[in-house]
Design a binder for this molecule. Structure first.
Ligand code: NAD
Length: 496
């Protein structure tokens, strides 16, 4: 049973129907643990108001969670798939029932508008439902043997204890899409959410407990010592797999640290998505897509359009349409009616936006909209559109992760494909075109794990989400999404 939230005042400030979803404790090895000697605060990015004070746990706490997860995993894996599926389905139902409270918590700690928060929660809860079903379909194989006296059996078994590390930009969705397939496969999970946004993860853990996820099978370790947690889970031989979403730099570090114990890894890392508008595109659809892709979550998504390439003949018309749409965005507190864009997560994010903007302007680009901090103050930044951007400027090389739309004009298909592929990243790419020959050619040529053709809506539970090049390893979602949580065991049957 989850205890009531200790800070009733904070819960009341958020107007939660169920205040016990706003936890100020962590869930370690089946126990809810409070602050004790060391704690850290979680703040609302709009005004810095303190939302909660949470225990700042140590690598030893992570170890306790891993040990409990190892014990729980033995029992959980023995549960019939149908029983595991039932628990996940209950968890899904509880997330859907509590979407309003979960959205209030998410908006408070992350800043995105409430409507976006609801979408994040429901579209990612769908992974719980999907993997509840997949749990029942982990079919093995009997393969014809080259020898008359042998049979080849292939069993699918859980990898074991998993550790998850998640970022702040989707603090709710990143949890369900990792814990769902892990539990479905018979694994258990120790999660470290971002220290900036741990409250959504804790609320999900409260609901997981209510749904019947067994004690110790899912821990949420809150800590500001990310490296300490990372070191513990990469070195601990009880951890079989690490699933990480975040920056490429940390992904690389985890890979190096995990080499000694040959950790299995799923990595969802940085992106630098090209968004291409060809001259045969539906320009209204392209402008709608660019707006959604670039400004959703204030530009803080790994798949957001980072570089907008527009064919020369339509560059003015497209820019005009994008500007008209960007002008209608309304900045503000995510819970206010009509607000469509929240603040950036912190000052570091604003500094990166300003550096990319300054570099572009210095090298000859023109700001045609926005370009400065909002009058709202804090970390609010105006949606910004910049034209005359050229390949090689910082905005084309690095992920800006902010509401900056740089427009780069191009001449030919081959030229834009080369520019789009000029990146160490390969997560998402988009293009708008109607010529079918072009659609196939470009979709095949883009070096990217995901390609959106005439759409900016990519992620859903039925599709394999993930990157190529230095954007990561593995896929989340679809029937492929559970594969990272299973091992194949080959049984050679003879002497029958
Ligand atoms: P980050 O890498 O700084 O942090 C991500 C998580 O890793 C946080 O929980 C952080 O505390 C933790 N962390 C940091 N150092 C660690 C260490 N040494 N050991 C263990 N954990 C450590 O990234 P961020 O700034 O929070 O998130 C933004 C990045 O995430 C962007 O690059 C974005 O593209 C990427 N991202 C990728 C996807 C995807 O699906 N590919 C999705 C969302 C975000």
């Amino acid at each position: 049973m989850s205890a009531l939230a200790r800070d009733e005042a904070a819960a009341a400030r958020l107007s939660l129907k169920d205040p016990s979803l706003l936890e100020n404790r962590a869930l370690v090895a089946g126990e809810w643990v409070g602050g004790g000697a060391k704690s850290f605060t979680v703040r609302d990015p709009v005004d810095g108001a303190v939302l909660a004070s949470l225990p700042d746990l140590t690598p030893e706490d992570a170890r306790r969670a891993v040990e409990a997860a190892a014990k729980a995993q033995k029992l959980w894996a023995k549960e019939p798939a149908k029983a595991r599926a039932k628990v996940l389905k209950r968890w899904f139902d509880l997330v859907v029932e509590n979407v309003e409270d979960l959205a209030l918590i998410l908006t408070a700690e992350q800043g995105k508008p409430l409507a976006e928060a609801r979408t994040e929660i429901l579209s990612n809860a769908a992974y719980l439902e999907w993997f509840a079903e997949e749990a029942k379909r982990l079919d093995g194989e009997i393969i014809p043997s080259p020898s008359a006296s042998q049979r080849i059996l292939v069993l699918k078994q859980p990898v074991g204890v998993c550790a998850a590390i998640t970022p702040w930009n989707f603090p709710n969705g990143m949890i369900t899409r990792k814990v769902g397939p892990a539990l479905a496969a018979g694994c258990t999970m120790v999660l470290k959410p971002s220290e900036l946004t741990p409250l959504s993860a804790l609320a999900l853990a409260v609901l997981a407990e209510r749904a019947g996820v067994p004690s110790g099978a899912f821990s949420v370790v809150t800590t500001t010592d990310a490296k300490g947690f990372g070191t513990e889970v990469t070195k601990n031989p009880l951890v079989a797999k690490i699933t990480f979403t975040g920056s490429t730099a940390v992904g690389r570090w985890l890979m190096r640290e995990g080499a000694d114990t040959i950790k299995k890894l799923s990595l969802e890392l940085g992106g630098n998505a090209p968004f291409i508008v060809f001259d045969d595109a539906d320009l209204d659809a392209a402008a709608d897509g660019a707006l959604a892709s670039k400004f959703r979550n204030s530009g803080q998504t790994c798949v957001c359009a980072n570089r907008i390439y527009v064919q020369k003949g339509v560059v003015e018309a497209f820019t005009q349409k994008l500007l008209e749409r960007a002008a209608k965005l309304r900045l503000g507190r995510g819970t206010e009616e009509g607000v469509t864009m929240g603040p950036l997560i912190d000052e570091r994010a604003v500094a990166k936006m300003e550096a990319h903007l300054a570099d572009a302007v210095e090298k000859g680009a023109t700001i045609v909209s926005g370009g400065k901090r909002s009058e709202l103050g804090g970390t609010f930044f105006e949606p910004t559109v910049v034209t005359g951007v050229r390949q090689g400027m910082l905005v084309t090389r690095e992920e800006t992760f902010a509401p900056l739309a740089p427009i780069i004009a191009f001449d030919t298909e081959d030229e834009v494909i080369a520019m789009a592929n000029e990146s160490e990243f390969g997560l998402a790419a988009y293009f708008y075109a109607r010529d079918m020959r072009r659609v196939f050619k470009v979709a095949e040529a883009l070096e990217s794990g995901i390609v959106g053709v005439n759409t900016a809506a990519l992620a859903n539970e039925a599709a394999p989400f993930g990157g190529v090049k230095q954007s990561g390893l593995g896929r989340e979602g679809s029937h492929h999404g559970i594969e990272g949580y299973i091992e194949l065991k080959y049984v050679a049957l003879a002497g029958l």
